[in-house]
Design a protein around this ligand. Sequence first.
Ligand code: SF4
Length: 354
Amino acid sequence: MNFKDMTKQEIIDYINGIRKKYDGKIAIPAHHYQNSDLVDLSDLVGDSYKLAVECAKLSAEFVVFCGVRFMAEGAAVLAKENQRVLHPDPNAGCPMADMISEEEAKIAFDKISKLSTKPIAPVVYMNSYVDMKAFCGEKGGTVCTSSNSKKIVKYYLDSGFNVFFSPDHKLGINTAKELGLQDDEICKIKRDLSLEGNPATARMFLWDGFCHVHVDFSIEDVANIREKYPEIKVIVHPECLKEVVNASDSSGSTQKIYNEVTNSPDDVKWAIGTEINFVQRLADNNPNKMIVPLRENKCYNMAKINLVNLAEAIESIDKYYMNGEELKNEVFVEEEYRENARIALKKMIEIVES
Ligand code: SF4
C-alpha cells in the first residue's frame, strides 16, 4: 500500500486493523522521545531501561520497535527464540552510540588496565551497539542506563574494580559526582586514546562521547528561564553538561523526569531539559501544570520513525503471513555478539533488581 498518500487516520486505522487481525501477535514498544501518534499506538512506553526489561517479557511473535536502532537491537538480543524484532527505519541510529567501537574499546581497556591500580570493569551505556554490549559481557562488565548508572557503577567500585565507562562522558561525570568521586578519581579517555587525568588515582575512566541533543542545554538557558519564571523548578537529563545539572533543581532519567513531574502538585512550574517530543507530551498530559522546555532540542534520529514506516513494517508482517514474503527491516544480531551482549544486559537487570 502507498501509505504516503493516506491520511493520518487512515494509516492509524490500517495499523490497528492488522493488529486486530493477528490478535496479540504484534507488539509495539515506543520510547518516550517518539511522537505522540506513535506513543498512542504503542503497547508499551518507557525509557531505555523500562523498555529493555519489559520487552524481554513480551510474548508477542513480532515486536515492532519504535525507537533508535540500538534499542531495537537490545530487544533482539533479549528476544525469545520464536520472536522477531522489526525496526521501522534502520537509519534511525544514535550519534552517541557511533562514538565508540569495539576495537577502540579494546585498545582503551588494555591501556587503562596496565595503568590502573585495580582491575577494570567495563560499563557501557544502553545507548551503544551490540558489539560494545558484547565486549562488556565478555570482560565481566555490564550495561547501564541513566536510571541505574549510579547503582551499577557503585556495584563495581564496591567490588574492588575501577570502571571504564562509555560512551557518554556527561552521564559518566554526573554519575561520578553523585557517587562523591573527587576530580583526581576521574580520568577522561579522549578519542585519540590519550588520557586526561591521573590513571594512578582514577576510579572511573570516562570515554569522551556525548549526546548532541543534551549537551546543547547551557547554564544560560537555566538562568534565562529562572529570570522569566522565578519560581520555576528546572529538571534535566544526566546526559547534560555537569554545570547544567548543578544549576538545575534536579536531574534524572527520562522515566524519573516523567514520574517527578507527573506526581508533583499542580502549582509547581517546570522547565525540562531533555528531548522536545517528550517535554511536549508531558505538557499535553498535564494540562493543569505549567511545563515548558528548557530549550527546544529534538532528536532527529528518533524522529525518523513515523506512521508511514511503522505501517510498512506492520504490512510486511501481514504479507509474511499471507504470502510468505520477507519481513521489512527485521533486526538481526550477529551470533558472535548475541551471547555476551545478553550476559551484559542480564547482569544489569540482576544488579538493579538485587
Ligand atoms: Fe542518541 Fe541523544 Fe538521540 Fe538519545 S537523544 S538517541 S542519545 S542522539
